[in-house]
Design a protein. Sequence first.
Length: 400
Amino acid sequence: MFLGHSHCHYCKCCAGSCSQWSSCDSSGCIAGYTNHWCIGSCSTGCANTNCTRYGAACSPCAAGFWGDRCDQNCSQGCLSGTCSQYNGSCSTCKYGYWGDRCDQLCSVNRLSGSCNKGNGACSPCTTGYWGERCDQNCSEGCFSGTCRQFDGVCLTCNSEYWGDRCDQQCSVGCTSGSCDKSNGTCLLCPAGNWGKHCDITCEQECFTCHQFDGSCSSCKTGYWGNGCDQLCSDGCLLGTCNKHNRTCSPCSGGNWGGSCKQKCSYRCSEGCDQSNGTCNRCVTGFWGVSCSERCEQGCNSATCEQSNGYCDKCNDGYWGNMCEYECNTGCNETCDKTNGHVISGIFAIRVAFAVHQNAKLAYRLMSVLVVQTDIGETLVQHATLTVRPRVINQPGIVHV
C-alpha cells in the first residue's frame, strides 16, 4: 500500500536533488518512500521500512505479512501468525484450520480433534454426516441417521427406505411401508394386491394372492378353486368352504356331507351328523339313523328309542320290546310286556268295614286283586276307593 505524505510532494522526499517537472535523481528516496517522485510510502509490512524505489518491493517482511511488497496479511489460521513471504503458506495451522495458508476452516461436523492440514480430512464425523471432510449429510432414510464415513452407505434403513444409502422410498403399496433394503421389493403386500411393489390387484374373487405370481392364496367368502371362481355350497355355515376341495365345516342346519350339499332327513328334529347324515334326534313316531322307521303302534304316545325302536311303555293290549305283539284276547286287554304271558283266574275279595266316628259311619272299600298267571306266578295289585258314608244299625258287621 502506498500512502502519500503532504510533506513529500514535489521531490521533498528525494535523497538527492530532483526536478519539479521530472523526478528525483539517481540518489533515490529517503527511507520509507518510493516511486518516481518519492511521494509513495513503503508498506508497513516491510521489516525495516525500506523498499525499492520502483515497485516498492521489500524484504524481509515484518511478522504477519507476506508478498513482494509485504502488503499481504498472513492468514489468522497460521500458528504464531507467521507465513512464507513468497506465497503466504504457513508451516503449521492453528487448531480448526487447514490449507497451505491455513485459511480454510475444518468442518464443524467433525466429532473431535482438528483436521488434516493438506486436505481438511477429519475423523470421525458426528452422527448424520459423512465424507472425507464430514461435509456430506447421511440420508434421512438411514436408521438412527448414521452412515459409513467413507461412502455414506447406511448400515440399516428405516422401514420405508431402501438402497445402499437408504435414499429411495419403498412403494406406497408395501404393507407397513417395508421393503427389501437391497432391491426395494415389498416384504409383504396388503390383502388384494401383488407384485414386486404390491401395485397389481389380485383377481376379483381372491381375498389374498401370492405376491410374485398373483395366484390366489385365499378366496373371498363364498368362493373356492385355484382361481377362486367357483361357488361354495349354500349349505356351508357362513358361506365359507375349503379353497382346494370345497369342503366346509360346520354345515348350516339341515345339511350334511363334505360340501354340505346333502339334506338331512325331514324326520330329523335337531339336524344330523355332518359326516354321515345320522339324525341327532327323530320327530315323534320315528326311529333309526335317518329316522326312516316308524315306531310300532303299540308304543305308548307313539314314542320309541331312536337306536333300536324299543318302546318305554306299551299301550294296553300290546307287549314286546317294540310293543309289536298283541296280547291274547282272553287277557282282558292286559298282559306282561316282557313276555306276553296270559293273565288267568281273576277274582276279587271285597271287604267292607265300618269305622265309628262321632255317631257316623264311613265306609271305605278296599279291593285286593289276586292274579294267578298260567305259569303259577302270583301278582297282587291293590287300589283304594273312598265312597260316600252311610249309617247302619249294626257297626262291626263285615260283608264278604
